[in-house]
Design a protein around this ligand. Structure first.
Ligand code: SAH
Length: 221
């Protein structure tokens, strides 16, 4: 699969993505602006690509499944943990429109700058990139309508739940370093939790993340 069109028809045919607005966002946001030059020809391959520093831009199908599950509406305030390239944030930015705002946190400074420059090239103004440990959220702008975690967490981050509005939705992959279950959590009086299946993400680091992941001695990157 190497083109936008092919990806879209695959999603529609297999009913992987049903929300037309999500498909429209995928059409409008150029993924090629968020990847390194050496991988340009693979911009629409359905797999993750390296963005440097041991991190990846998630595969298009995963980004779109998460986006659809998040049920983002115009005007929403969204928190993302794991900016990476900024691509997921750009997709969300399209869906929330001018009245909404995406706050996205990235723990690696170089990637936060990379994402910022990618977003700037596209004149995206409703995304704020924050260089910080997002495993404890971003209190300054809380509470959020939606929270999306794009790195694998060891357990549901309590601190993030606190920063989610009542009836808000959080999408978060939970598991060990090798694989995770993608959870959709709706913040009702009693949490509603839906399992969206098995995925593999780079690990969430920081205070509420995995404690033994990214150093050079680790066999798992
Ligand atoms: N959403 C990104 C891909 C995310 S890859 C995209 O669209 O390109 C996961 C990212 O999470 C990596 O860049 C990693 O550095 C970052 N990360 C890991 N732990 C983090 C933490 N505690 N706070 C913020 N970012 C974190």
């Amino acid at each position: 699969m190497q083109s936008k069109k092919e990806l879209i028809s695959y999603w529609v045919k297999h009913e992987i993505i049903k929300d037309q607005k999500v498909i429209e966002a995928f059409k409008k946001v150029p993924r090629e602006e968020f990847i390194s030059k050496q991988f340009l020809s693979q911009a629409y391959g359905d797999y993750p690509l390296p963005i440097g520093l041991g991190q990846t831009i998630s595969q298009p199908t995963t980004v779109m499944i998460m986006t659809e599950a998040l049920e983002v509406k115009e005007g929403h305030k969204v928190l993302e943990i794991g900016t990476g390239s900024g691509y997921q944030a750009a997709i969300l930015s399209y869906l929330i429109g001018k009245k909404g705002m995406v706050y996205t946190t990235e723990i690696i400074e170089e990637l936060a700058r990379f994402a910022e420059s990618n977003l700037k090239k596209l004149n995206i103004e409703n995304v704020k990139v924050i260089y910080s440990d997002g495993s404890s959220g971003y209190k300054k702008a809380a509470p959020y309508d939606r929270i999306i975690v794009t790195a694998g967490a060891p357990k549901i981050p309590e601190e993030l739940l606190k920063q989610l509005k009542p009836n808000g939705i959080m999408i978060v992959p939970i598991g060990d370093l090798l694989s995770q279950r993608m959870l959709k959590i709706i913040k009702k009086k009693k949490l509603e939790i839906k399992d969206l299946g098995n995925f593999t993400f780079v690990p969430l680091k920081g205070q509420y993340g995995h404690q033994s992941d990214g150093d050079s001695k680790s066999p798992i990157k």
